[in-house]
Design a binder for this molecule. Structure first.
Ligand code: HC1
Length: 576
C-alpha cells in the first residue's frame, strides 16, 4: 500500500494504481472518456486531467496515465482543472454531430453526461464540422464517424481483448479516423460481429443495426403470426435498463412485456438450448467413439464461429454441426410448431431477443434457413427490446410475473446456464454422463467449469472414460486455446464464446454510463452469471434430457438425436 493526498485528504492506495484508480478507490470522482481499466489507459482525451504537485509546481497530468506514488499530492477539482476539462470537452463537442434528442444514445451517452456534469452550456469554438460517412451496409453494426471522439476504446477492445484488430487510426491530426483499413464497412474486413466495440463506445459512433420498425410492422400486420424467443441471458440483464440491480432475474416481467407488445407466442431459447445439448452430446459421443474431428468445438456463438472462419479455418471441421439454439428454434417454429397449430409457415415471423449483435449476422447467413424460409426473421438486442417496451409506454416494473407459453417455452436449468461461460459444457456433461451410464449425476454443479478465468481446463468423468475439456471466453482467450491445439495439444471438447463472460457479456447487452465504465471488469458479468445459476438451481428439472417438451418433440417430430430430420433442420456445416 502507498499513501498520497488527494484534495487535501490523505488516502491509501494499492501499489501500481494510477491516480484515477486511487481517487476512485477513495470515492473521489474524476471524469474520463477514453479510459477503460486495463484495456485503454492512454490519456488521450485529457478529460481526466488533474493537478499534481511536482517540485513545488502544480502540473496538469492525465490521471489515468499518471502513477499514484507515495507522498504524491493531487488536486482534482481546482478552478484551473475544471476550466481545462471544460475546454477539452468543448473542443470535442465543437466537431461532434450534436443530435442528442434524436440520438440512439440519448440519456445514455458518456459525452453528454460529462458535458452536463461540467456545466457546458455553449460551445465557444466554431469552425469546420466534418461530414463523414455513416456506414450501415451490414446487418449488425452501424458506424457513424461523425460521432466518433477518437477515444480509441473500440480499437483497444478489438485488439487487446478480442485480438481481432479491425480498427486502427487512419490519417493524422484533424483528419484522423478510427476505422477498419481504408474505412471499409465492417462486413468487408475480418470483423467477427461480436459488438464488443459497441459496448465500449462512449457515444453513438458504434451502435447495433436497429430493426425495431420491422418488428413493429410485423406485429401490426393482421396476416402475420409473430413468435418471439428470448435468449437465456435476457432474463438477467433486461431489468438493468429499468433500474433493477445488475443480476436481477426478471423472467416473469420479460414474458409479460412481450405479451403486452403483441407477440402471438412468447417462447424461450432455453428450450432449444436443451435440444442443442441433446444433439451436441450425441455428436460428442459419436466423435469420441470414432476418434474423429476432436476436439469437438461448440458452435453456438456466431462471433466465435466467424473468428474461426477468419483465423483458424483448418479447424472448421471440428465445429459442432449443431445450429445455435436460436436458429434451431426458428427452424422448428416454421415446421414443427406450424404443423401443430395448422399455421402457414409463410405467415410466421420469428423474432429473437438476443444479447448479441453477432446473432443479427448469424440470422442473415445463407446456411441458416430451411427451404425458402429463414430460420429467424429479426433479431433484437436486449437494448432494442428495452426501447420497444418504452415506446409502447409499458411500465416494466409494474408488470406481473407471467410464464412462457408451451411447448417451446419449457426449459431445464441446463438451458439457462448456456448464457454464461462454461454453461454449455456443464449442461452437455450432465446429459453425456446419463447417455453413457444410464444413470444421473448426483452432483450437478461443476465448480471447476465455472468462474471467469479466461481459459479453463478440466478432466470430466463419463462412464468408462475421462474426457479433457476446455472453456474459453473472449476471442483473445480463444486464440490462446486454438494456438495450443495447433501446436498439437489434445482436448476432447471445448466451449468457446466470443464475448468475455459468454452471452451475459454480449455486445447487445445494456450499456452502462460513465461511472460503471471505469469499473469495467468482469465483475458485473459475474452478477449476471450468478443470476443464471440461480435460475438453474430454482428449476425442478436441471438436465436437458429430462425436459418433457424436448422428449415430446423427439417422439412427435424429430425421431431421435442426429436423425435425418434433426440433421436437415437443426444442423449445418461451416466451410472455409
Ligand atoms: Fe447465447 Fe445461445 S446462450 S449463444 O450464449 O447458445 O446470444 O444468452 O441465445 O442461440 O440458448 C447468445 C445467450 C443464446 C443461442 C442459447
Amino acid at each position: 500500500k502507498i499513501r498520497l493526498t488527494i484534495d487535501g485528504r490523505e488516502i491509501e492506495a494499492d501499489k501500481g494504481m494510477n491516480v484515477l484508480e486511487a481517487a476512485h478507490a477513495a470515492g473521489i470522482e474524476i471524469p474520463s472518456l477514453c479510459y477503460l481499466r486495463h484495456v485503454n489507459e492512454i490519456g488521450s482525451c485529457r478529460v481526466c486531467l488533474v493537478e499534481v504537485e511536482i517540485k513545488g509546481n502544480r502540473v496538469l497530468q492525465a490521471s489515468c496515465a499518471f502513477p499514484a506514488t507515495e507522498g504524491l499530492v493531487v488536486h482534482t477539482s481546482s478552478t484551473r482543472v475544471r476550466r481545462v476539462r471544460k475546454t477539452m470537452v468543448e473542443l470535442l463537442l465543437s466537431d461532434h454531430h450534436r443530435e442528442c434528442t434524436t440520438c440512439i444514445r440519448n440519456l445514455n451517452c458518456e459525452l453528454q453526461n460529462i458535458a452536463d456534469n461540467l456545466g457546458i452550456r455553449n460551445i465557444k469554438y466554431t469552425g469546420e464540422m466534418k461530414q463523414l460517412p455513416v456506414q450501415n451496409e451490414n446487418s449488425f453494426i452501424v458506424r457513424d464517424y461523425n460521432k466518433c471522439i477518437k477515444c480509441r476504446r473500440c480499437e483497444a477492445i478489438c485488439s487487446k481483448v478480442q485480438e481481432v484488430n479491425v480498427y486502427s487510426a487512419i490519417n493524422r491530426g484533424y483528419d484522423t479516423v478510427i476505422a477498419p483499413a481504408f474505412m471499409q464497412d465492417l462486413s468487408q474486413v475480418a470483423c467477427i460481429t461480436c459488438g464488443q466495440c459497441v459496448i465500449a463506445c462512449p457515444t453513438a459512433s458504434l451502435t447495433e443495426k436497429e430493426c425495431i420498425d420491422s418488428v413493429w410492422e410485423a406485429l401490426e400486420d393482421p396476416d402475420k403470426y409473430v413468435v418471439v424467443q428470448t435468449a437465456p441471458s435476457i432474463q438477467v440483464t433486461l431489468g438493468e435498463v429499468f433500474g433493477y440491480p445488475v443480476g436481477t432475474v426478471v423472467t416473469g416481467k420479460l414474458v409479460a412485456a412481450l405479451r403486452r407488445l403483441g407477440f402471438d407466442k412468447v417462447f424461450s431459447t432455453d428450450f432449444t438450448a436443451d435440444l442443442t445439448i441433446m444433439e451436441e452430446a450425441h455428436e460428442l459421443l459419436e466423435r469420441l467413439e470414432q476418434g474423429d474431428k476432436l476436439p469437438l468445438l461448440s458452435s453456438c456463438s456466431p462471433g466465435w464461429v466467424k473468428f474461426a472462419e477468419h483465423f483458424y479455418p483448418e479447424f472448421l471441421e471440428n465445429l459442432s454441426t449443431c445450429k445455435s439454439p436460436h436458429e434451431m428454434f426458428g427452424a422448428l417454429t416454421k415446421t414443427y410448431f406450424a404443423g401443430k397449430q395448422g399455421l402457414d409457415p409463410e405467415k410466421i415471423v420469428v423474432v429473437a431477443i438476443m444479447p448479441c449483435t453477432a446473432k443479427k449476422f448469424e440470422a442473415s447467413r445463407p446456411e441458416m434457413g430451411t427451404g425458402n424460409f429463414k430460420d429467424v426473421d429479426w433479431v433484437l438486442t436486449t437494448r432494442e427490446l428495452a426501447r420497444m417496451i418504452r415506446q409502447a409506454g409499458i411500465n416494466f416494473c409494474d408488470l406481473p410475473d407471467e410464464d412462457y407459453d408451451t411447448p417451446m417455452g419449457i426449459a431445464s436449468g441446463a438451458g439457462a446456464i448456456f448464457g454464461s461461460t462454461g454453461g454449455v459444457i456443464e449442461a452437455a456433461v450432465r446429459t453425456a454422463y446419463y447417455l453413457t451410464s444410464g444413470q444421473e449425476l448426483d452432483v450437478l454443479d461443476y465448480e471447476e467449469l465455472r468462474g471467469f478465468s479466461g481459459l479453463k481446463e478440466a478432466w470430466v468423468e463419463l462412464k468408462g472414460r475421462r474426457i479433457k475439456v476446455a472453456i474459453a471466453h473472449g476471442t483473445g482467450n480463444a486464440r490462446i486455446l486454438m494456438d495450443r491445439l495447433k501446436a498439437g495439444e489434445q482436448f476432447d471438447y471445448a466451449e468457446i464464446m466470443a464475448c468475455p463472460g459468454g452471452c451475459v457479456g454480449g455486445g447487445g447487452q445494456p450499456i452502462f454510463g460513465t461511472r460503471e465504465h471505469k469499473e469495467i471488469s468482469l465483475d458485473y458479468r459475474h452478477n449476471r452469471a450468478d443470476a443464471l445459476e440461480r435460475i438453474d438451481y430454482s428449476k425442478k428439472i436441471r438436465r436437458a434430457h429430462e425436459n418433457p417438451a424436448v422428449k415430446k418433440i423427439y417422439e412427435e417430430f424429430l425421431g431421435h438425436p442426429l436423425s435425418n430430420m434433426s440433421k436437415k433442420l437443426l444442423h449445418t456445416y461451416f466451410t472455409p
